[in-house]
Design a protein around this ligand. Structure first.
Ligand SMILES: Nc1ncnc2c1ncn2[C@@H]1O[C@H](COP(=O)(O)OP(=O)(O)OP(=O)(O)O)[C@@H](O)[C@H]1O
Length: 267
């Protein structure tokens, strides 16, 4: 092989390898209702394995943005991409198939089934064994069900009816049901809402474990600021539908614009 060794000629450096696309990328994402701008041209990229918390005063547009990301609402403008695929026009179930999972502010477990059966059904839904749907409603729920219940520290309650769980434990079960579907990106909508002060610490630890051990990318709306500082890699701060800051928690909290947004809204 001939190599150019002419003095004074330096070979051009190789182009850097393109990295993987972000797990979630929002570009100019906007939602207008009537004359009102509810979500205002949001640009944001969330990398694989990152934990981003979405915060902002009441009415800032956090839930509206979540609805655009998960596909419950169609944007007026802009795009949503999941690991490089433009999913802007995909219904929620198609986004879920591509690895997007979401919890809601309201509990969505089968109250009359045991914790183990709830987990077993979620595993079955993923593995496509829905024809044996009711047969699976058996107490143990299988090895994968046990694994996801272990992850959220709920396996010791597998035989308890889901409806009898505390609010905090219901939140953990919802997380287990989400994990059973093997998501790549988890959207958590105010997981601490309505959870007793005594349960917030453990739920925080469970979410951190899930993020670390499953290697999931997490986007979470949360009002409990004190838990976010330890959990999130970055805070995305919304105000009046726009993104005010997207940076590490310390820098975000020290940002005068962020402080003014919270004080201005009396939060
Ligand atoms: N379907 C809708 N039609 C009209 N306005 C809406 C609609 N949904 C939300 N809004 C308005 O959009 C703004 C943002 O609401 P959103 O619920 O997204 O805020 P949020 O940041 O999640 O608030 P909170 O922290 O109180 O849950 C609010 O002023 C709300 O009234």
């Amino acid at each position: 092989m001939h190599t150019d060794t002419t003095p004074g000629i330096t070979p051009a450096p190789a182009a850097p390898e393109p990295g993987p696309p972000p797990v979630l990328a929002l570009a100019g994402l906007s939602w207008f209702v009537g004359g009102a701008v509810i979500v205002d041209a949001i640009d944001m990229a969330v990398a694989e394995g990152e934990f981003v918390a979405l915060i902002g005063p009441n009415g800032a547009g956090k839930t509206s943005l979540f609805n655009l990301v998960s596909g419950l609402t169609r944007p007026t403008a802009g795009t949503v991409s999941l690991a490089g695929t433009d999913v802007t026009r995909f219904a929620p179930y198609r986004r879920a198939r591509l690895g997007m999972g979401r919890t809601f502010q309201t509990s969505s477990v089968f109250a009359d089934l045991t914790v183990g059966a709830n987990a077993g059904l979620a595993v079955q839904a993923r593995t496509g064994e829905s024809r044996r749907f009711w047969r699976l409603a058996a107490p143990d729920g299988g090895a994968e069900a046990t694994r996801v219940l272990d992850l959220v520290r709920l396996s010791h309650r597998a035989d308890v009816l889901a409806g009898d769980l505390s609010h905090g434990d219901k939140r953990k079960l919802e997380l287990a049901l989400l994990l059973a579907r093997g998501p790549r990106l988890i959207l958590l909508d105010e997981p601490m809402a309505g959870v007793s002060a005594g349960e917030v610490g453990e739920l925080t630890t469970v979410i951190q474990d899930v993020h670390r051990e499953q290697g999931c990318t997490v986007l979470m709306v949360e009002h409990h600021m004190e838990v976010l500082l330890d959990m999130a890699d970055r805070l995305a701060v919304m105000h009046h539908g726009a993104l005010l800051a997207l940076t590490d928690p310390e820098s975000a909290m020290a940002d005068p614009d962020v402080q003014a947004a919270y004080l201005g809204d009396g939060a």
